[in-house]
Design a protein around this ligand. Structure first.
Ligand code: AMP
Length: 617
């Protein structure tokens, strides 16, 4: 075993025989079974290690000094340190770390957040919060990414064994790495990971190899990379064991492109050429080195495409990749709306929901790969960071009067508790203390404990905590909006002859009119009569169950909901707008609510029709 193994993997020697898994996978599962069994104690030790390494840093100094006398952290036992830390260091949010991280980015080499210098910064996607933020990235971050992927691969192998040495069709994209003013390397966490040694090690450990060379992943133009991923995925179609992307949006968007590109792709396979749309020289060179002319494969693909095109591409994936065992990607939270289209392409091929993490830290792994994406849970890996859980209680009938959308919230919170004390059925916000210099930092996600894996909680992802739609006393989250849109999209699907379908959606609270109202934008595929879209808008308005919303609608202090139908390709323009501003396709999440003027300009400019709800009339 090598130096990258988690500490406890190296020290274990018991034997697990679970189906078709290799030695390394057996080691990973044994390791996780052990650490999850004593998760509470592992967490105390993890916090102790973080603090003993870093207690002298500037951020912690101000809390760990009593009067003028320094507390003797180095000598303290782990339990005492845990209670000291959670009683004197306050809960924080990313904004509290921003000035410190900025100094690091500008080149201040003092021990600000960590004892070891930070040389790399990650850019979180910013698609949930609306703006990108810097988070420290260290070797530990790349190693936990490797551990997450190999651990979840091990659990998947027990249920869906794959052939060793097979290929993975991975729709993955790294963005640019650039230097900050102080000379630190900055880029998205996935960009750092794909460029790291760990990415190569993961392929060797899992004995599965990505179809595309690094030149395709790192080309910096997602449209060209998608074409090459598809081309190489088709070229190796008999070897592909599973299909994946970080977020399922990436797979759906790749197959939507495939619907347009398949003739060119077949042509390239037939002749061993590469379309002139691929302009990045290094990528051209790398791809041309791999592909060779294959007439019979091209004819097979052509035959399949002609057959499934008339069925709106139903069952495309298993037809083109006959040996694929499953599709693996994050399908929860804001990714759920893309599941319908993915199921259409996958025609019964198992969908395995990807793991749970953030740029700040990995959190949990899907250890029950056969659970459907709608009910998947993530077993917290207690060695990754120190996790605290802030209990959240919903105020179903609150009538608060906050007009500040950012501050408004429909949760009341209790004091944070350690991992060992969480209860099944309770909702929490997670706060993280990481090896990368974040201390008790709120993550902003709402999770629910769905059960336990040995002694570690299994979390359901519920939603982002921040409210997304609020005009006055109403409070609706991403999840509430998603439920309402889902309900109305059934009407769209069932009441149109051609089974029109929702491609994507977003919303905003219109506050400049009196009264304000919710505006929801839909891009649809297929045609729908105006009367159907009219009922969709009324259905959505009536389907928001939040008490504040219902009362406000009844008293007309919120106006009728507006459904705006936008032209085809609008959401692709939104993706392009994010990518132009430094996000990568791999981490992109369509913002479900936006007040970003650039996006609103695109949405308004592309609006074809507006339907005003007649609910509450
Ligand atoms: P980023 O800040 O770009 O690293 O994105 C991290 C955020 O993505 C998390 O805080 C979650 O809101 C979301 N996310 C990550 N993994 C999952 C998952 N498995 N299910 C749902 N949402 C997720």
């Amino acid at each position: 075993m090598d130096k990258h193994e988690p500490e406890t993997v190296r020290s274990t020697s018991s034997y697990v025989n679970n189906g078709n898994i290799n030695d390394h996978e057996g080691d990973m599962i044994r390791w996780f079974e052990e650490v999850s069994a004593k998760a509470g104690a592992v967490q105390t030790e993890v916090l102790c290690r973080i603090l003993k390494e870093n207690f002298k840093v500037e951020y912690l100094n101000k809390w760990l000094l009593v009067g003028k006398e320094e507390i003797n952290v180095a000598e303290m036992d782990a339990c005492a340190l845990e209670s000291l830390f959670t009683s004197v260091v306050p809960l924080s949010s990313h904004e509290d770390f921003e000035p410190f991280i900025q100094r690091i980015a500008d080149g201040d080499t003092a021990s600000i957040l960590t004892q070891q210098p930070i040389t790399t910064l990650s850019l979180s996607s910013g698609t949930t919060e609306g703006r990108q933020k810097f988070v420290p990235f260290t070797r530990h971050s790349a190693q936990t990414t490797l551990e997450t992927f190999t651990l979840s691969a091990a659990y998947r192998s027990r249920v869906y064994p794959i052939r060793e040495g097979g290929k993975i069709l991975e729709f993955i994209y790294s963005g640019n790495q650039f230097k900050t003013k102080g000379g630190l390397i900055a880029g998205t966490a996935t960009t750092h990971y794909y460029a790291s040694e760990e990415f190569r090690i993961k392929q060797e450990r899992t004995k599965s190899f990505t179809c595309s060379p690094y030149e395709v992943i790192s080309a910096g133009d997602y449209k060209q990379s998608t074409y090459c991923h598809l081309l190489l995925g088709l070229f190796f179609s008999h070897d592909v064991e599973f299909i994946t992307s970080a977020f399922v949006y990436g797979i759906v968007q790749a197959f939507r492109s495939f619907e347009e590109l398949w003739r060119d792709l077949c042509n390239d396979i037939r002749h061993g050429t590469l379309s002139s749309r691929i302009k990045v020289p290094k990528m051209r060179e790398a791809v041309l080195e791999i592909i060779t002319a294959n007439q019979s494969l091209a004819s097979r693909i052509e035959g399949i495409c002609e057959e499934v095109e008339v069925m709106d591409w139903f069952g495309l994936i298993p037809k083109l990749w006959p040996n694929a065992k499953y599709v693996y990607s994050i399908m929860t939270g804001s990714m759920q709306p893309y599941l319908k289209r993915l199921r259409h392409y996958a025609n019964g091929l198992p969908l395995v929901s990807g793991d749970y993490g953030s740029s700040e830290s990995w959190i949990g792994v899907n250890v029950d790969p056969s659970s459907p994406p709608e009910s998947v849970t993530f077993a917290v890996v207690p060695t990754f960071s120190y996790f605290e859980f802030i209990p959240l209680y919903r105020h179903k009938h609150s009538c608060g009067s906050s007009h500040d959308a950012a501050a408004a919230d429909d949760f009341v919170e209790d004091k944070p508790i350690p991992l060992s004390k969480v209860k099944v059925g309770q909702e929490y916000e997670i706060a993280l203390t990481t090896f990368t210099g974040l201390y008790r930092c709120r993550l902003g996600d709402v999770v629910e404990v769905g059960g336990f894996h040995n002694g570690t909680p299994k979390l359901n992802f519920i939603c982002r905590r921040k409210l997304i739609l609020t005009v006055n006393i109403d409070k609706n989250t991403e999840k509430d909006l998603q439920a309402v849109v889902e309900k109305a999209s059934h009407i769209l699907h069932s009441q149109t002859n051609n089974n029109a379908e929702l491609v994507d959606f977003t919303s905003y609270a219109e506050l400049t009119t009196q009264p304000g109202c919710y505006v929801i934008f839909w891009e649809i595929k297929g045609d729908a009569h105006d009367h159907v879209l009219q009922s969709c808008s009324t259905e959505m308005d009536a389907a928001f169950v939040d008490y504040g919303y219902v009362v406000s609608r009844k008293t007309s202090s919120i106006g009728p909901l507006e459904l705006c139908i936008v032209e085809k390709g609008t959401f692709k323009k939104i993706l392009d707008c994010f990518v132009a501003n430094g996000a990568t396709l791999g981490q992109f999440k369509t913002p479900r609510c936006t007040n970003n003027p650039l996006l609103l300009n695109i949405l308004h400019a592309c609006t074809l029709k507006i339907f005003r709800s007649t609910a509450y009339a």
